[in-house]
Design a binder for this molecule. Structure first.
Ligand code: GLC
Length: 538
């Protein structure tokens, strides 16, 4: 493990569980909390340190849990609060930290707060949400658009006003300018912290506030057909508003009042300079504002090296980096890059400086699963079909074994179809295969745990002069131990030269016999990544 000055969330690795698709324990075709409990030993063997569980609170599931109808309960489809307590205790017994999803921007339209709010214009909770009179023509108050297609305003026929929703109409935005909302939502954090959770992944934080004057968003000159319709406008007045920083700091103060270095991760898809603001003045904000930039950077050595340099240089003093290569909203690695480069990507994620987050199923190289029209679940795909925006393909059930239901469920049909390849691509098969993707993840996580240079050390880019090769050093300041990572992002072989005597291979992403001393130069095979040990003083 890393030096004693590092918090668990700095040296550790986070694993995202999408609970509907991780493990079903009661045969209803949907994963649940008791199911997760039965797989904790798998996660320990994999070598991760923390699990982040996507929302499990009571929800009508319009957006599969991201529409919360009760912030302090557990949806029956996932189990009970007692199941949750058992899961936290079992995770902690195994040394695993538990991070919950917290959805502050919006509730479900079935949340009692919203039911009250929409009951009448004079209801005491009216101002808990964002209401506005129609435009003079009776239409929506302004041109703001929903992320999931259509206007961001829906008319309530009874009270004659529109409510604002950054996402679905079923996800009305809470009004964080109202101190009662803020207090109620901060109390939600305390409820779960009191139950022992180690932190939160805070959903859609860049949407928390909108312009108080409700000014129109400017048109986006770069929008083209085929892009998300929500991108027709630039979200100048609906995203990343200044007030959000104080709200984040308030969340952080709540977390910091608890012992044990509780963690706040912020979900904000923002340019690097804007993202940095979410660390907060004097690091009073999120410990980890999610860094999604690898998701949108071309898979080219030069582009990635430039991104890492830009991100590292932008970090405020003392801020800890983090990297993400996949989640429940984005295309899977093996589909984006192909199975060979997905292995290189795994090595990149596990060896960059900063906390990595692994999305469930990436460790076995799952791919995006085509969803037949009749099986579509994601409201985004239903509202904006055919543009490839739907997220069902990356949310299909975890492939545990070759048997019926893939070991995920005993139901005849899981809620989303299984990938066709589940009988060959699954955890059980990969556990038996010493060169599988799962074996690679385990080897990388073992190495990362053993090497403070990787989990906590410094980072420096290295120019090796071989096209397609991304290379960097990681070193432990305390001991001087230095590792070099060289990743061949191309499909031809590459030569690496100039090694001092004593350099040796610790791990190749091909997981074959290649280890041991390097004689001056080494040949990287196509799509091969290596972790090398450099001699002291090199
Ligand atoms: C976040 C979640 C996504 C959800 C949205 C609305 O982006 O990751 O899954 O649909 O917020 O809550």
């Amino acid at each position: 493990m890393a030096g004693k000055n590092f918090a668990w969330w700095q040296s550790g690795v986070i694993y995202q569980i999408y609970p509907r698709s991780f493990q079903d324990s009661n045969g209803d075709g949907v994963g649940d909390l008791p199911g997760i409990l039965t797989r904790l030993d798998y996660l320990v063997a994999l070598g991760v340190d923390a699990i982040w569980i996507s929302p499990v609170m009571p929800s009508p599931m319009a957006d599969f849990g991201y529409d919360v109808a009760d912030y302090t309960g557990i949806d029956p489809v996932f189990g009970t609060l007692a199941d949750f307590d058992r899961l936290v205790a079992a995770a902690h017994e195994r040394g695993l930290y538990v991070i919950l999803d917290y959805v502050p921007n919006h509730s479900s339209d079935r949340h009692p707060w919203f039911l009250e709010s929409r009951a009448s214009r004079s209801n005491p909770k009216r101002d808990w949400y964002i209401w506005c009179d129609p435009a003079p023509d009776g239409g929506p108050p302004n041109n703001w658009l929903s992320e999931f297609g259509g206007p961001a305003w829906t008319l309530d026929a009874v009270t004659g006003q529109y409510w604002y929703h950054a996402y679905l109409p079923e996800q009305p935005d809470l009004n964080w300018r109202n101190p009662q909302v803020r207090d109620a939502m901060l109390a939600v954090l305390r409820f779960w912290l009191d139950r022992g959770v180690d932190g939160f992944r805070v959903d859609a934080i860049h949407h928390l506030f909108e312009d108080g004057r409700l000014r129109d968003n400017p048109p986006n000159p770069d929008w083209k057909p085929g892009m998300s319709p929500a991108r027709r406008v630039i979200r100048a007045h609906t995203m990343d508003q200044p007030e959000v920083q104080e709200a984040v700091a308030a969340m952080r103060r709540v977390a910091d009042a608890y012992p044990g270095k509780r963690l706040l991760i912020g979900e904000a898809y923002l340019p690097i300079d804007r993202l940095m603001a979410y660390y907060g003045p004097g690091l009073s904000g999120f410990q980890l504002p999610f860094n999604f930039h690898l998701l949108s950077t071309p898979w080219e050595a030069g582009a990635i090296a430039a991104l890492v340099a830009r991100y590292e240089a932008a970090l405020p003093p003392g801020a800890w980096p983090n990297w993400v290569l996949g989640n429940h909203d984005r295309s899977r690695l093996a589909s984006r890059l192909g199975p060979a480069q997905a292995r290189v990507a795994a090595m990149l994620l596990m060896t960059l400086r900063g906390t990595p987050t692994i999305y469930q199923g990436e460790e076995i190289g799952m791919t995006d699963v085509p969803i037949p029209p009749g099986r579509v679940q994601d409201p985004w795909e239903r509202r904006v079909p055919g543009l490839g925006l739907g997220r069902d393909p990356v949310r299909t059930p975890m492939q545990w074994e070759a048997g019926a239901g893939a070991g995920f469920t005993t139901a005849a049909e899981p809620w989303l179809p299984l990938a066709e390849d589940w009988t060959s691509l699954n955890v059980a098969a990969q556990e038996r295969d010493a060169s599988s993707m799962l074996s690679l993840y385990r080897a990388l996580l073992t190495l990362r745990r053993a090497e403070p240079a990787l989990s906590a050390g410094a980072y420096g880019s290295v120019v090796v002069g071989a096209p397609d090769v991304l290379a960097y050093d990681r070193w432990d300041e305390a001991t001087g131990r230095r590792l070099r990572i060289a990743l061949n992002l191309g499909d031809g072989p590459q030569m690496l030269a100039g090694f001092a005597p004593g350099a040796r291979v610790l791990l190749s992403s091909h997981l074959d016999e290649r280890s041991g001393p390097i004689q001056g130069a080494m040949r990287l095979r196509p799509a091969e990544g290596v972790v090398l040990e450099l001699p002291a003083g090199a």
